[in-house]
Design a binder for this molecule. Structure first.
Ligand code: PEP
Ligand code: MN
Length: 354
């Protein structure tokens, strides 16, 4: 339930609503907005009797949230949430962010080269998995902690913020030491313990849609993170399993406008896993941006033919540069623009004297 206060309601009236909700045995979440403050009520299983609250001074309206998820819903927060993963790299506003890089971190040379190449083409964040959730236990599993150190080095070299995956609770703490945004992959979308952990860590989270998850499942998974007090969540459409083996997954473009209607959280698109086919990535990236995606997650490898994972869907750097060029006119047609890569971090000045 959401209690919308009157425009200009004084703090004392807001405090009284909060106290009343708490006296009723629920938790209150005040949310100051540009126009007016709303106070969310959480902790209820069914419909709450609102009569005590409706009668309080300063209350304009009480809205009963009808979906099973609450804090992620548009009813709860009408304005878009903008997630900042690094200074100048914001997801959910007018600017569209491209996160690019290899599927996996393979070596220092590979990730630093990839970072330089995607930055030069126009990406504003670097992706790359150090911990890889692979369908087969015999496939390359990622470099683990040394891979995280290589990502940190690539950030030092290029200034690009890092998006990288955590697969379990212990790994999430390790990943959080390096990542600017923690990825929760499709296979872990319903790992509720991991969702709570990344919620408590409080860093931005990129939550990918599970391969058999409905939109409601995706939003409920995000609700776990928000329920821990972390609203810095970016959703990601990456395709769902279908009956048709022609492509790796069925890329669900409809998810983008649907999520925008149902939720205030930003949603980005991953046409690499969405199609699994290099030549399908660019057309679907263009389509996703045209459909309103707040960003793209694209696999790019310096030498895809030698990639240790997902080479067949990874773009060559030159193809990625063409993709970025093709996005620009689409973005300007829908009154959006591409986020510029952040400026390179300036190295700390050497200590004088000593
Ligand atoms: C990835 O982004 O490399 C990945 C493993 O994706 P997904 O979780 O969508 O399969
Ligand atoms: Mn991959």
């Amino acid at each position: 339930m959401l209690v919308v206060m009157r425009h200009g309601a004084p703090q004392a009236e807001i405090d009284r609503v909060v106290r009343t909700i708490e006296e009723m045995g629920y938790a209150a979440r005040p949310m100051p907005g540009a126009q007016r403050t709303a106070v969310g009520l959480v902790g209820n299983d069914g419909r709450v009797d609102a009569s005590r609250i409706e009668a309080l001074p300063g209350v304009a309206q009480v809205i009963h949230v009808t979906q099973p998820y609450k804090q992620v819903s548009r009813e709860w927060r009408p304005e878009n949430t903008v997630v900042t993963i690094a200074p100048g790299v914001r997801i959910g506003g007018r600017e569209v962010v491209v996160i690019a890089g290899p599927c996996s971190v393979e070596s220092e040379h590979q990730i630093v080269t990839a970072a330089r190449e995607v930055r030069a083409a126009g990406a504003s964040a670097l992706r790359g998995g150090a911990f890889k959730p692979r369908s087969s236990p015999y496939s390359f599993q990622g470099l683990g902690a040394p891979g995280l150190a290589m990502l940190a080095l690539a950030r030092e070299e290029t200034g690009l913020p890092i998006v990288t995956e955590a697969m379990d609770d212990a790994g999430a703490h390790l990943v959080a030491e390096v990542a600017d945004c923690i990825q929760v992959g499709a296979r872990n979308m319903q790992n509720y313990s991991l969702l709570r952990t990344v919620g408590r860590i409080g860093k931005p989270v990129l939550l990918k849609r599970g391969m058999a998850a409905t939109i409601s499942d995706l939003l409920l998974a995000a609700e776990y993170i928000l329920a821990e007090g972390n609203s810095q969540v970016i959703l990601c459409e990456r395709g769902v399993r279908s009956f048709d083996p022609a492509a790796r997954n069925m890329f669900d473009l409809t998810a983008i406008p649907l999520v925008h209607k149902l939720s205030h959280l930003p949603i980005i698109a991953d046409p690499s896993h969405g199609t699994g086919l290099r030549d399908q990535v660019t057309p679907m990236a263009r389509a996703a941006v045209a459909a309103g995606s707040d960003g793209l997650l694209v696999e790019v490898h310096p030498t895809p033919d030698r990639a240790l994972s997902d080479g067949a869907q990874s773009l060559y750097p030159a193809q990625f540069a063409s993709l970025i060029a093709e996005l620009r006119p689409i973005l300007s047609a829908i009154n959006r623009s591409l986020t510029a890569p952040p400026s390179r971090r300036v190295a700390a000045p050497a200590t004088v004297g000593g």
